[in-house]
Design a binder for this molecule. Sequence first.
Ligand SMILES: *[C@@H]1O[C@H](CO)[C@@H](O)[C@H](O)[C@H]1NC(C)=O
Ligand SMILES: *[C@@H]1O[C@H](CO)[C@@H](O)[C@H](O)[C@H]1NC(C)=O
Ligand SMILES: *[C@@H]1O[C@H](CO)[C@@H](O)[C@H](O)[C@H]1NC(C)=O
Ligand SMILES: *[C@@H]1O[C@H](CO)[C@@H](O)[C@H](O)[C@H]1NC(C)=O
Ligand SMILES: *[C@@H]1O[C@H](CO)[C@@H](O)[C@H](O)[C@H]1NC(C)=O
Ligand SMILES: *[C@@H]1O[C@H](CO)[C@@H](O)[C@H](O)[C@H]1NC(C)=O
Ligand SMILES: *[C@@H]1O[C@H](CO)[C@@H](O)[C@H](O)[C@H]1NC(C)=O
Length: 416
Amino acid sequence: MKPLPLALQFHSISILLVIFATFVGLSCGRDTVTPTRPLADNDTLISPGGDFALGFFTPAASSNNRYLGLWYHKIPRRTILWVANRDSPVAGSTGLLSITSTGVLTIADGRNASNVVWSASPAAGLASPVARLLDTGNLVVTEDDGGDESGTSTSYAWQGFDHPTDSMLPGMKVGVDQRSGLNSTVASWKSDDDPSPGTVHASMDPRGNPELYIYSGSKKIWRTGAWNGVRFSGSPDSLTYQGGFSFSFVNDGDETTYSYVISNKSIVSRLVLREADAVVQRTVWLWESSEWSVFWYAPKDPCDRYAACGPYGACDPNSSPLCGCLVPEPAFAPRNPGNWALRDGSQGCARRTALDCRNGTDGFVTVGNLKLPESENSAVDTGLDLVGCRAKCLMNCSCTAYAAANISGVGAGAGA
Ligand SMILES: *[C@@H]1O[C@H](CO)[C@@H](O)[C@H](O)[C@H]1NC(C)=O
Ligand SMILES: *[C@@H]1O[C@H](CO)[C@@H](O)[C@H](O)[C@H]1NC(C)=O
Ligand SMILES: *[C@@H]1O[C@H](CO)[C@@H](O)[C@H](O)[C@H]1NC(C)=O
Ligand SMILES: *[C@@H]1O[C@H](CO)[C@@H](O)[C@H](O)[C@H]1NC(C)=O
Ligand SMILES: *[C@@H]1O[C@H](CO)[C@@H](O)[C@H](O)[C@H]1NC(C)=O
Ligand SMILES: *[C@@H]1O[C@H](CO)[C@@H](O)[C@H](O)[C@H]1NC(C)=O
Ligand SMILES: *[C@@H]1O[C@H](CO)[C@@H](O)[C@H](O)[C@H]1NC(C)=O
């Protein structure tokens, strides 16, 4: 066969270039939904940096329910991170995401837009609303004033990050906002093909010295232990995290929240609650082997089990039996010696010597290497050091123990 004339060869190269440019243009996608441009079932929003995609999906072949979900755009294995309409799928049809002229987000049946299955309304109506997928994966509703598009603003008319599904992404907060009354919780998917809330959920108890709990139904199964200024007192292993992750706990009267950020852009990680084994897992994506890896999880050992050794009990996973009393006999003794002998420590220990309180003969015993006890009834005074905290606790007959609430720096106190 004769070689093609030079001009024609050159021509085919330019056609290839044009096709390539068009392809790149399409894959960039758009990141906004406006009242005049809804998102159809066959379309996706892509965050400006290309890390996240938002679109409709069906969780399992057995179902034809459509959900609006968020996933990592650059990771070949589709991993759903957030679901808008987890309780209310579009049944057996195609979905449509729209925003009304006042900023109400709606998900409707794509073939009958008046069949709205889900909606989210900002507190106040907007003049020129836009829904935007940010680089963090947060879907936000804001005024389309051409202003802040950086994703750094914290005041959005509505944001998906206020309503986590089963995953905590970097920048998402779990906890309570006392100003707005918002209570952000996380709940597992009911099953692999049903994103509606399962039995495993996590929420913040903002009372006393606040901490996060994981529940299975109404039963507490794990608690993080109070934040001690550096980490949760019940998760010492979080200190083994190498660079990249930073954790934040805010308890300033305006909010009681936990969040984390990852400064290294090549680390892709989330915390996820799993229904099947009732655990919280931190997974990381391994780019080389193209798979998810479990980086951390809880609960881990038998002592992580909520109240494993009951009140005044202390659990040591390296000892047999696991349970001991916080202070050994004769000061404390097992509350139910029969069960204790059968290695059921759940009823804990009881004080055997009465407190003298006002007569000034009481003192304290130091017990170390323990998760702080549940502290919803404790009082935190960040203005006190440990010596001041001890004195205040000694003067109060209903105060039985004290500890540093913040171990970084000098250590401010908490009493119970
Ligand atoms: C989605 O489907 C509609 C109607 O079938 C079509 O007009 C549109 O081009 C499609 N959009 C994409 C991004 O495929
Ligand atoms: C569209 O949905 C609305 C609301 O559910 C319903 O009342 C109406 O009958 C539907 N129309 C059609 C053509 O199915
Ligand atoms: C937050 O919601 C969770 C789950 O519904 C609930 O268990 C918890 O008590 C709530 N916390 C507050 C402070 O309202
Ligand atoms: C970011 O993480 C990657 C993968 O773990 C690592 O190779 C790289 O050195 C890290 N970069 C920085 C600045 O820490
Ligand atoms: C204080 O000491 C007195 C005399 O020893 C005793 O009777 C009293 O019960 C003590 N008070 C308390 C609160 O233990
Ligand atoms: C804990 O103490 C450190 C050092 O004194 C201080 O910088 C930090 O703000 C404190 N944290 C809290 C939550 O009070
Ligand atoms: C005594 O301690 C209890 C429990 O920590 C606390 O609720 C109470 O306010 C304290 N009373 C005084 C007078 O400080």
